[in-house]
Design a protein around this ligand. Sequence first.
Ligand SMILES: O=C(O)c1ccccc1N[C@@H]1O[C@H](COP(=O)(O)O)[C@@H](O)[C@H]1O
Length: 221
Amino acid sequence: MLKVTRPAAGTRVKICGLRTVADVEAVARAGAAYMGLVFFPKSPRNVTLDQARDLALAAPMGLAKVALVVNPDDAMLDALMAAVPLDMIQLHGSETPDRLAQVRARTGLPVMKAVGLRDADDLATLDAFDGVADQVLVDAKPHGGTELPGGNGVGFDWSLIAGRSWKGPWMLAGGLTADNVAEAIRLTGARQVDLSSGVESSPGVKDAAMIAAFCDAVRAA
Ligand SMILES: O=C(O)c1ccccc1N[C@@H]1O[C@H](COP(=O)(O)O)[C@@H](O)[C@H]1O
């Protein structure tokens, strides 16, 4: 049976962009709270509905299964819900608060909204989703030259959110690694962290040792 290491009460980890059952096992073994499945064809972490179903069915109890989608239409949401057992939807496009409410009503799942930050002007967008989204995901705003709205391994200036609080739960993302996560937690007060690139040996290829090292670094923080 798959052994799941539960972290002590503390910061929860989401590892995003899983593509193999071995990834799911590594994430569970390391003690992450969430696993993310990417439905975005331009991403090196993209999975089909059939692949996602197999991965979701491999997840042990207690590991929350999050579907990352970018500006999904209703047909996409219906196909997703019919094929994959899920616990949460992550919206990582330019969705509005109204669209978020529609997605929640259509899927019946909690919805996390990713908001990209580069400078203080972006904080208003974050505030617009506080209390509207079930969770907000505070990520780096993608720089020009990438087709990915996230998952670029790029961070942002954490001092932008130092000392701030929101009504609902939130996660920190953007360029996190085992080497920088303790400082990120210290500066932002994050109780949940999310990453993709920082536990990969090459784009889209997760590394079990890096996943374990990241979760250990979070527990030690
Ligand atoms: O991971 C992807 O490929 C991806 C594609 C499209 C939108 C978001 C994506 N990933 C999310 O981006 C952040 C940060 O990722 P990283 O650690 O900087 O690589 C994370 O929330 C992922 O879920």
